[in-house]
Design a protein around this ligand. Structure first.
Ligand code: ADP
Ligand code: MG
Length: 362
């Protein structure tokens, strides 16, 4: 069988079946945002790892190294946030093509450490080697949580209300704008000054205040793609309050991530497409983008917002947190369905988010 037939998540499922089942210390193994391991009577260790591969996850023609470092840390911290945990330690491995300048690597770590500092997380090790193809980044984050408050993907029940923090779709739209800029530069019809592959490699590591190349009307969307903000604080407060029955971060796209949550919880869902929150920046840019905002939210991925469920009885607890959240659906016992508009019919929710072995149609 080909990987494209099995898909990324089918493959992970097959690996899960082949691997040893729970040891006494494993509270949650393969299948959630982070592994949950028992290290004390009520203390849990959270462990999560993610790889970023050049030309799969990022393109050096539109990503500077500071942002790449920031994002590499951010996507892992987001998985700890999705468990309601506190990130503590981090290990980073790099496979570097020899032509990458030392300054670019230093800039990567400036961005990386800037995000770690915000979340009081410390880099404690890693590995460095050469790569004969592209740049490969692997980051592992270790965090902590209490048994009483950790939130898995698996606890949603029929009738629970589905919420998402912040807004969705910005990152996918930002990536499209970046790609469009590159395409137009290549045709020579427009130069937004976002640089060429070689130039970006040399000039990586803009600081937060040095983003002149990104000051376009679309900079908000682009920044959400290049420097996502992990919702660590919100995840923690949601967990400590005890209001949520399940939680996941939106990394692949709302459709796929809600389906992951439903699969682990053994439930269905009704998702209201007309209630999904969009940023003013996305709505303002809608005319210039190829797809409607809903499609970026469902399929774009990399928003790193938190998607979680709350039983009706705990709504007051959620409201008291005063976190910017939007109710977008309900957990059901049937299939996962999408209702695009208030009066529209319901259609099955398809996993249109990112899947590494999916054959691309466009
Ligand atoms: P996320 O998007 O939250 O990072 P993934 O979709 O990458 O989650 O992974 C889902 C689950 O599968 C996680 O528990 C992860 O640790 C596990 N997983 C992914 N790939 C592998 C692998 N090659 N071997 C073992 N576990 C894996
Ligand atoms: Mg995740």
């Amino acid at each position: 069988m080909k990987l494209s037939n099995l898909g990324e998540f089918g493959l992970i499922h097959a690996i899960q079946q082949l691997s040893s089942k729970r040891s006494p210390g494993t509270i949650i193994g393969i299948g959630d945002d982070a592994a949950v391991l028992k290290i004390g009577p009520s203390k849990l260790l959270l462990a999560t790892t993610d790889m970023l591969i050049e030309d799969v996850h990022f393109d050096l023609s539109y990503t500077d190294f500071y942002s790449l470092g920031w994002k590499s840390a951010s996507i892992n911290l987001s998985d700890v946030a999705a468990m309601g945990g506190l990130p503590r330690f981090c290990l980073t491995s790099l496979a570097l093509p020899v032509h990458i300048p030392v300054k670019a690597v230093m800039d990567f770590y400036r961005g990386f450490n800037a995000l770690l500092r915000i979340h009081k997380t410390v880099l404690v090790g890693g590995d460095t080697c050469s790569s004969t193809s592209g740049l490969v980044i692997s980051v592992t984050v270790l965090g902590e949580a209490k048994k009483r408050t950790v939130i898995s993907r698996a606890g949603a029940k029929k009738g629970d209300r589905i919420f998402v923090t912040g807004t969705l779709g910005d990152s996918g739209a930002g990536m499209e704008l970046l790609k469009a800029g590159i395409r137009e530069n290549k045709r020579g019809t427009r130069d937004e000054g976002r640089g060429t592959k070689n130039r970006s490699r040399e000039s990586g590591g803009r600081t937060k205040d040095d983003n002149s190349e990104l000051r376009t009307p679309y900079s908000e969307l682009i920044m959400r793609h290049l420097r996502p903000v992990p919702r660590v604080e919100w995840g923690r407060r949601i967990a400590l309050s005890g209001c949520a029955s399940s939680m996941i971060d939106v990394s692949d796209g709302l459709s796929s991530d809600l389906l992951h949550l439903c699969e682990e919880s053994g439930t269905g869902a009704l998702l209201h497409g007309d209630r999904i929150p969009f940023s003013p920046a996305l709505l303002r840019s809608a005319d210039q983008l190829r797809k409607p905002p809903l499609e970026y939210a469902l399929s774009g991925g990399e928003d790193y917002e938190l998607l979680f469920t709350v039983p009706s009885a705990r709504m007051k607890t959620l409201e008291a947190l005063r976190i910017p959240v939007t109710e977008i659906g309900t957990i059901t016992t049937g299939k996962a369905m999408l209702q695009v508009s208030e009066t529209g019919s319901k259609i099955p929710l398809r996993p249109t988010g990112y899947n590494h072995f999916k054959v691309k149609k466009d």
